[in-house]
Ligand binder design. Structure first.
Ligand code: AKG
Length: 262
């Protein structure tokens, strides 16, 4: 699915934009199904917490800024199950990770119109910690993205820094993991605008973030995480649950037990 130069680009820069992974008909079907999931299952709240909010937003905007989210769409929708397990996206991920690929999670992020939530600079590692970086996150684009609605942005080559320590605590208690706002700047990142049906993938250690959605339309992305099944998780989201094999085979390690059935 991917060319050698696309694979080299991913390895060098830590991200890759893959156009039209989903055809207009496929993304249209997924978009309709997503709208139903949003109406019936998603949660809208203030979104990610922490002192970064006041570095990214004025007091007035911060009070209004919201995020709509839900996890693991494949548990609720067969169309999304199909998309995350048997699509050109899984073929592309296999080109990056090797023949054996396990689905780890999917997460919907919608930036609502006008003040939809920016994302502070962060790696995804602190959200679902794995022992190495054989882990690819894919952003399925349900809408075209551009500066005004907060396209995804990457710190070029930052996956090479490995997993970094993030801010997870404030004087008031725990907050969502993020990097110091004075040291890691959105202004220094590469914007990756994409079209509906495109996938933008990145390494679990690539630093990324995005600006607020200032348009009058929602910006919808679904992040799907895939890993080499031998890359063990030790903390965070979806810890301890087995994932579906979407390509290849789960090689057995010495002494590895079967998954529990209770
Ligand atoms: O939706 C975005 O703009 C960024 C989302 C993000 O940072 C993430 O999914 O890790």
């Amino acid at each position: 699915m991917l060319s050698q130069s696309q694979i080299e680009f991913y390895n060098e820069h830590g991200y890759l934009h893959i156009p039209q992974v989903f055809s207009p008909a496929e993304i249209g079907g997924l978009s309709d199904e997503l709208d139903k999931l949003v109406r019936e299952w998603s949660i809208t709240n203030q979104g990610w917490t922490g002192p970064w909010r006041r570095a990214y937003m004025t007091e007035e905007i911060e009070a209004k800024s919201k995020l709509t989210a839900m996890h693991d769409l494949q548990f609720y929708s067969a169309a999304w199950l199909h998309a995350v397990t048997q699509s050109r996206m899984t073929e592309a991920v296999s080109d990056l990770l090797g023949p054996n690929v396990e689905l780890h999670h999917s997460t919907l992020h919608i930036k609502p119109p006008s003040t939809g939530h920016p994302f502070p600079m962060h790696q995804d590692h602190p959200f679902y910690m794995h022992v190495d970086d054989r882990y690819v996150d894919c952003l399925v684009h349900l809408d075209d993205t551009f500066h005004e609605n907060g396209e995804i942005r990457f710190l070029d080559g930052s996956q090479k820094l490995g997993a970094l320590l993030h801010i997870t605590q404030t004087a008031d208690g725990p907050c969502t993991p993020h990097l110091p706002t004075d040291k890691y700047l959105l202004a220094e990142t590469v914007p990756v605008s994409a079209k509906r049906g495109d996938v933008v993938c990145f390494n679990i250690n690539t630093i990324h973030g995005s600006y607020i959605n200032t348009t009058n339309k929602a910006r919808r992305l679904v992040r799907v995480g895939y890993k080499n099944p031998l890359n063990k998780q030790y903390a965070g989201q979806s810890m301890g649950r087995p994932g579906l094999m979407v390509c290849g085979y789960r090689d057995r390690e010495d002494g590895q037990q079967l998954f529990p059935t209770e």
